[in-house]
Design a protein around this ligand. Structure first.
Ligand SMILES: [Zn+2]
Length: 275
């Protein structure tokens, strides 16, 4: 696996670390660069960011994304995959009138509220993909996905009809425990557990951080061999407006095989480490 970090650098200060012809200019405000972790400049990023903040009160980079490139063999031999849902949309179920019981939610981080009625979404606002999630963490799948999963008898998926025809809500019946080796934080250079009054690491242990920064590590569990779809017990993210801490998802090789063979869209796979 080769890991790189894609950074959206503030163009005004890009010259402090990058050559003029490096990366890709997105308009005149942003330079998109990809850095390998072994690139000596990787360690320079937070140092320069601090300088730019102190001197000009500006950000050195606006956004970031960790990219992991696996070989076909690595993916084909993995026991458990980290399933990433590529497309996020609005409005959320809550926005559309889905009922939630907030009395079950953690009073500190807001995790684990209970959805008490079927999911309500707006027809026409759901992306034309076989999987997508709202910014509130509700996951919907297409009828094509549901048919394929039933045909192959995949286990551990809870599929509930929603108000929009041909879409279903997907939740997991089984939770896996994330291990402390899993790295979480605000960004790759800032592992702070709180910021600006927001708490990213709940003292109760239900929410562990704002963003996932490493591959997930989960505790070995006999259920991993038995089911095809799981959620993490611990949540990531923050309660902010319609956002809520949400789990990450895992799936079996059989699940991934189905996605590839049926050419279902919206899925991305990385590897989960089991220890
Ligand atoms: Zn909590």
């Amino acid at each position: 696996m080769k890991e790189t970090l894609e950074l959206r650098i503030n163009y005004d200060y890009a010259h402090l670390l990058f050559k003029a012809d490096e990366g890709k200019n997105l308009g005149t405000a942003v330079k998109l660069v990809e850095l390998s972790k072994d690139d000596p400049r990787y360690r320079q990023v937070p140092i320069i960011a601090e300088e730019v903040r102190k001197k000009y009160d500006r950000g050195f980079f606006f956004g970031w994304q960790i990219k992991r490139n696996y070989s076909k063999k690595e993916l084909d031999t993995a026991t458990l995959l980290h399933l990433k849902i590529k497309v996020v949309f609005e409005p959320t179920g809550e926005d559309c009138g889905t009922l939630y019981d907030e009395t079950t939610a953690c009073e500190i981080c807001g995790a684990n509220r209970k959805q008490s009625r079927p999911l309500i979404l707006i027809k026409g606002m759901i992306p034309k993909k076989d999987i997508a999630r709202t910014i509130g963490g509700e996951v919907v799948v297409s009828e094509k996905f549901v048919k394929a999963a039933r045909q192959r008898n995949l286990k551990g998926l809870q599929l509930s009809p929603i108000n929009v025809e041909k879409y279903y809500q997907l939740t997991a019946n089984t939770e896996l425990e994330l291990l402390p080796k899993t790295i979480v934080g605000i960004n790759p250079f800032d592992l702070s557990t709180s910021d600006d009054g927001e708490i990213y690491k709940c003292p109760k242990g239900d929410t562990i951080g704002l963003n996932l920064l490493s591959e997930p590590y989960v505790a070995d569990n006999p259920l991993i061999k038995e089911f095809d779809f799981f959620a993490s017990r611990q949540k990531l993210g923050v309660k902010r407006g319609l956002l809520r801490p949400e789990p990450i998802y895992f799936c079996s090789p059989a699940f991934r095989k189905m996605i590839e063979e049926e050419k279902l869209s919206g899925f991305e796979f990385e590897i989960t480490k089991i220890e």
